[in-house]
Design a protein around this ligand. Structure first.
Ligand SMILES: [Zn+2]
Length: 274
């Protein structure tokens, strides 16, 4: 084939840019291409035609076309004064994580109506999960299994979660399964007041797994303690019960040297990183 020399005037059009960029970075065939529903025709059809015409290969395996974003029930527009950038929303003091939750909690093929009440609700939802995480982390020091065994409930939730996500990314149903479990666990905690370490870990592990999809929960407010530290804390509690305060204080000082500060509160022993 003779080398064709082109003198380009101007720049390549939008559709050809997309073909060129995606083939360069993702290969001749790639799995997922997203875009708004308004781009199906002509833009995405152009992309397919010119890419496949050049490579002779299937361009994209799955197309995900998302619905419009509405603001207060209307299309976002400068003239209506309902035009917000992410920067505007953050400047109003809303946490980025709540915006993230709001945007991902509606199915991509449904219109998302953005309202500030919606962000508040998103914030409250995240808080509900984070409060449960804190409670569960608090119970990690418990050696006795006092909550009824949660294995079946966690297993059932995991299945419901995965089925929902496998069904064209049904995020609302997947989240509903997570909140159903959270509600159930909270009720049990309220009834029994305490949770054993094994059950707490099971639920926490599931929440961590679910959060690899959503990325909204906070597991770092309290970290898990290494087992030698937990043993020292339990040992100290035993000594205090036996009124061996001098020995108990020695352990407390020992823990402090290891970077763990122990406080005795009406709700029991609490620890934090010193
Ligand atoms: Zn494109």
């Amino acid at each position: 084939m003779p080398k064709i020399k082109l003198k380009l005037k101007g720049r390549p059009g939008w559709s050809i840019e997309c073909s060129a960029m995606s083939i360069k970075n993702l290969g001749k065939t790639f799995d997922i291409h997203c875009g708004g529903i308004d781009l199906i025709f002509p833009h995405h059809q152009n992309e397919i035609a010119q890419s496949e015409g050049w490579t002779g290969k299937k361009f994209v395996n799955y197309w995900l076309h998302n619905e419009w974003l509405l603001v207060n029930g209307q299309k976002m527009s400068k003239s209506l004064g309902n035009f917000y950038t992410l920067r505007d929303i953050l400047a109003k003091g809303y946490p980025a994580i709540a915006v993230r939750y709001l945007l991902l909690s509606t199915h991509y093929r449904q219109q998302l109506n953005f309202t500030f009440e919606g962000i508040d609700a998103a914030k409250a939802s995240i808080n509900r999960l984070n409060e449960l995480i804190l409670k569960l982390q608090h119970f990690l020091g418990n050696t006795k299994e006092r909550l009824k065994i949660v294995t079946n409930e966690v297993k059932g939730t995991r299945i419901a979660f995965e089925q929902a996500m496998d069904d064209d990314l049904n995020v609302s149903e997947a989240l509903a399964a997570v909140f159903e479990l959270a509600k159930q666990i909270n009720t049990w905690i309220d009834d029994e007041e305490t949770v054993g370490k094994k059950s707490a870990l099971e639920v926490l592990d599931f929440l961590k797994e679910a959060d690899t999809v959503f990325g909204v929960m906070n597991f770092s407010r309290k970290e898990r303690l290494p087992s030698d530290i937990t043993k020292l804390i339990e040992e100290r509690a035993r000594l205090r019960k036996e009124k061996k305060f001098a020995e108990a204080d020695k352990i407390r000082a020992d823990l402090l040297r290891k970077g763990i500060q122990i406080d005795d509160t009406p709700e029991g022993v609490k620890w934090k990183k010193a």
